[in-house]
Design a protein around this ligand. Sequence first.
Ligand code: COA
Length: 157
Amino acid sequence: MEIRRLKQGEQPPWDLLLLADPSQDMASQYLEEGLCYVAESDASETLGVIVLLPAGGHSIEIKNLAVAEPAQGKGIGKSLIAHGIQLARKTGYKTIEIGTGNSSINQLALYQKAGFRITSIIQDFFLSNYPEPIYENGIHCRDMIRLTMCLSNDNKG
Ligand code: COA
């Protein structure tokens, strides 16, 4: 498997992008303004995607992360996050951020295992920004949990 930047003019993996974010409008805005990397199998099959967007100041945010359902649970999500962190560090960003829903239990586990810490909660984010109610793990997704990782060498995380 290799992780590579989506080429200019190449069709983005919409099925994957929409798996992570049900709003096509938001996903296309992040794609236009951000950096998109895909995880590709040796047989050139797209297995995963990550989109990073400068968040102002010295921070960059992971705006979209998804792995194709049959390929989930094999470490590809972890590799895409590690790639994003490495890229952010190399580019000189001081922090990397990610936001997820209060109902995204597995994602909260994954991000904390990768080194992110919960820094804030945006109450009612999903109620205000998504027209359809979202449920995961039997939980109504209402609030956005914001997580951050410090990339400087003195990270005491
Ligand atoms: N409790 C503890 N750890 C958990 C967990 C739980 N409930 N659920 C997942 N994890 C851990 C796994 O144990 C593993 O860590 P480990 O290797 O240290 O054990 C890690 O999280 C999962 O890693 P990985 O196999 O790399 O994940 P993945 O390739 O399946 O990708 C997603 C993860 C979230 C990207 C993928 O499931 C996905 O695309 N989901 C749908 C889209 C989505 O929700 N995107 C995120 C939007 S915020």
